[in-house]
Ligand binder design. Structure first.
Ligand SMILES: Nc1ncnc2c1ncn2[C@@H]1O[C@H](COP(=O)(O)OP(=O)(O)OP(=O)(O)O)[C@@H](O)[C@H]1O
Length: 634
């Protein structure tokens, strides 16, 4: 037998170097590449057996096998697929970046055969990833339908050898002589260990269509003391092979969906809803997405994962952090998108932002919004359970989805002054009394402080319902969504109140004019904490309230943003509004004349109370307490 040594094609050495040292960020992906090649080889044989008489019947028991020798530190990936003859071996493994799979697809396309199999290989570099973990790779192969076998070997150093070899059956065996373990490196994995192989397969190749098997030894402990343990070998299958998303909906049971969700989400609760569809046309892909019933732990952590949806290309895992696949506000969705034609880069680790990706994202968003609307109208109780945990995330969508916000708003739930339960905007509108022309909302740091806010008094008195918004995101989406079904949304704690008619407004302005002197004195007494002092039409029971400028951020949001280090310029000052009908306010004029020192303290207490009532911290809590105690003592 002759052994021929060949140089890799020109520039191949450099390319090889690139593949080994810089293309992939995780060395374990070599296994994904070899398994994908084996899977392609099995696909090719299965396809060949349909169309080629010489291959008929050879597509039996198609499988991928791992063989491990721990002592010799070898790992073999074996398939009983199409195999290669000498010329193919040279063409495919002798020249980097010349993909036989690409050629196969091109040839098929040229001959326009139907049922083209969905092959994984595209670039012709994946195989060489083996050299990231191996000192030497030996490929023995026999092309299906032929008798001659071949042995290819290389140390990944610029040359390879090919010789004839005895190969008992068709298919390919890729044997890696694994490099010695590097004790210095913590991330080095030992690919002779069953658990390492198991984990790697589960991560990247779980849904490859063929079984990935290996023989393992299991020890049965002796039943009696002093008895002999028995060792037996067992063939285990490492992948689940069940890419549910490729099946039609009608063939998947609710239990199977739920089990798959739990597997993906590491969850024990059932999903709330399943979204499963297949898209054809410009972008071809399947999507299987789940709406969870509860939020995962770090969902609202700004450093947490931005997506719960994994991207697969032709059943092989690519990434679980593809930005742009699903909008960030939908990061609670869990699932899989499997595309057959997304343009990946060579390492399969990233994909360029493409129009296709944009289309997938748009479609998923649309489906999600439709699903939420349906859940809200048809499964209200479940939706409320979901909303308690995940409502804030959905409301982020009101901010980000300019086109869909109005529809998304239909599925949003709110607390209101109407009672304990949740209400939708439509239900709110249906209850609206004659004459109410806005949807009234108030935001605040927590439910308790807004429920007792002085701002609500006049609205309550008029019988107008107000939505109580205490999630951080509320301030943000309110800047985008200005109306619902053409009824404007109005924040009642900001800007001018719209409750009073023109006549009443004029009267209030007149009153302010008459008391200008007194109001200025209040301003002086409380220092420069406020932007101005005036009279209010919003109050019934409370003497005073602080009002944000129209369009400005509410104080709790301003505080939160400052706390998270987001600069917001100088602190905003707000307007102090006094209730001209309140006994305390009525007394202020006389007090100012009789006891100016006490007047000052009264004004400071009024400001402090207004801050406390809205849930804001006092700038000087100890001073305030002292002040109140003194006034009580007098
Ligand atoms: N187990 C195998 N059985 C048969 N042919 C194989 C096998 N492994 C590799 N080949 C052939 O070698 C070629 C090169 O493999 P390689 O993994 O480098 O590239 P690829 O799979 O085509 O593309 P990609 O870089 O996308 O993985 C393949 O296209 C295929 O024709």
């Amino acid at each position: 037998m002759t052994t021929r040594t060949h140089e890799f094609q020109a520039e191949a050495s450099q390319l090889l170097d690139l593949v080994i040292h810089s293309l992939y960020s995780h060395e374990e992906v070599f296994l994904r590449e070899l398994v994908s090649n084996a899977s392609d080889a099995l696909d090719k044989l299965r396809f060949g057996a349909l169309t080629d008489d010489g291959l008929k019947g050879l597509d039996q028991d198609l499988a991928i096998r791992f063989e491990v020798d721990q002592a010799a530190r070898t790992l073999a990936v074996i398939d009983n697929g199409i195999g290669m003859d000498e010329a193919e071996l040279m063409a495919n493994l002798g020249s980097i970046a010349s993909s036989g799979t690409r050629r196969f697809l091109d040839e098929l396309a040229a001959s326009k055969k139907a049922d083209v199999p969905e092959l994984i290989g595209r670039f012709g570099v994946g195989f060489y990833a083996a050299f990231m973990v191996a000192d030497e790779v030996v490929v023995t192969t026999r092309k299906a339908g032929t008798e001659a076998g071949w042995r290819w070997s290389s140390k990944g150093d610029g040359s390879y050898t090919i010789e004839e070899a005895d190969v008992p059956t068709h298919g390919t065996r890729v044997e890696l002589k694994l490099s010695a373990l590097d004790g210095e490196r913590e991330d080095t994995k030992d690919f002779t260990q069953e658990w390492v192989l198991r984990e790697t397969v589960r991560r990247y190749s779980d849904f490859v269509e063929y079984p990935i098997q290996m023989e393992v030894e299991r020890v049965d402990r002796a039943e009696e003391e002093g008895g002999e343990d028995t060792v037996r070998t067992e063939t285990i299958t490492l992948n689940s092979m069940r890419p549910l998303w490729t099946k039609p909906r009608s063939e998947v049971s609710t239990e199977e969906y739920a089990e798959f969700f739990k597997h993906l989400a590491h969850e024990w609760r059932d999903p709330l809803e399943t979204i499963h569809f297949k898209a054809e046309g410009t972008a071809e892909y399947s999507a299987l997405l789940f709406v969870p019933s509860a939020a995962r732990m770090n969902l609202f952590d700004p450093e947490g994962p931005k997506s719960g949806v994994q991207l697969y290309v032709r059943r092989v895992f690519i990434s679980d952090s593809v930005e742009d696949l699903v909008p960030v506000w939908l990061r609670f969705l869990v699932g899989v998108v499997d595309s057959s034609d997304l343009p990946l880069n060579v390492s399969r680790e990233t994909l360029q932002y493409t129009k296709q990706l944009g289309q997938i994202r748009k479609r998923i968003t649309r489906k999600a919004v439709d699903t939420f609307k349906k859940l809200c109208s048809e499964r209200r109780e479940d939706w409320e359970g979901f909303w308690k945990e995940l409502g804030p995330a959905v409301k982020e969508g009101l901010y980000f989805e300019t086109d869909l916000a109005a529809e998304l708003a239909e599925a949003c739930l709110f607390r209101s002054t109407n009672g304990d339960g949740f209400t939708t905007l439509d239900e709110y509108l249906a209850r609206r009394p004659e004459g109410q022309e806005s949807i009234y909302v108030i935001t605040g740091p927590d439910a308790a402080s807004i429920e007792h806010s002085a701002h609500l008094e006049a609205y309550r008195a008029k019988g107008y319902e107000v939505l109580l918004l205490s999630d951080h995101v509320d301030e943000f989406w309110l800047t985008k969504l200005n109306a619902f079904r053409d009824v404007p949304l109005r924040a009642i704690h900001k800007g001018e109140s719209d409750l009073s008619d023109d006549g009443a407004k004029e009267e209030l302005a007149k009153k302010e004019e008459e008391s200008r002197d007194l109001l200025d004195a209040v301003g002086t007494a409380i220092g420069d904490g406020v932007s101005g002092v005036g009279f209010s039409s919003r109050l019934v029971d409370s003497p005073a309230v602080l009002v944000v400028e129209e369009g400005a951020a509410a104080p709790h949001v301003e505080r939160a943003m400052r706390a998270s280090g987001q600069g917001m310029g100088p602190e905003q000052k707000r307007r102090l509004e006094l209730n001209p009908e309140h006994a305390v306010v009525k007394k202020l004029g006389a007090l100012r004349e009789q006891d100016p020192a006490r007047f000052d303290r009264h004004c400071q207490v009024l400001l402090g109370q207004a801050l406390l009532a809205e849930g804001s911290p006092l700038p000087d809590a100890a001073g305030f307490t002292k002040l109140v105690t003194e006034l009580l003592a007098e």
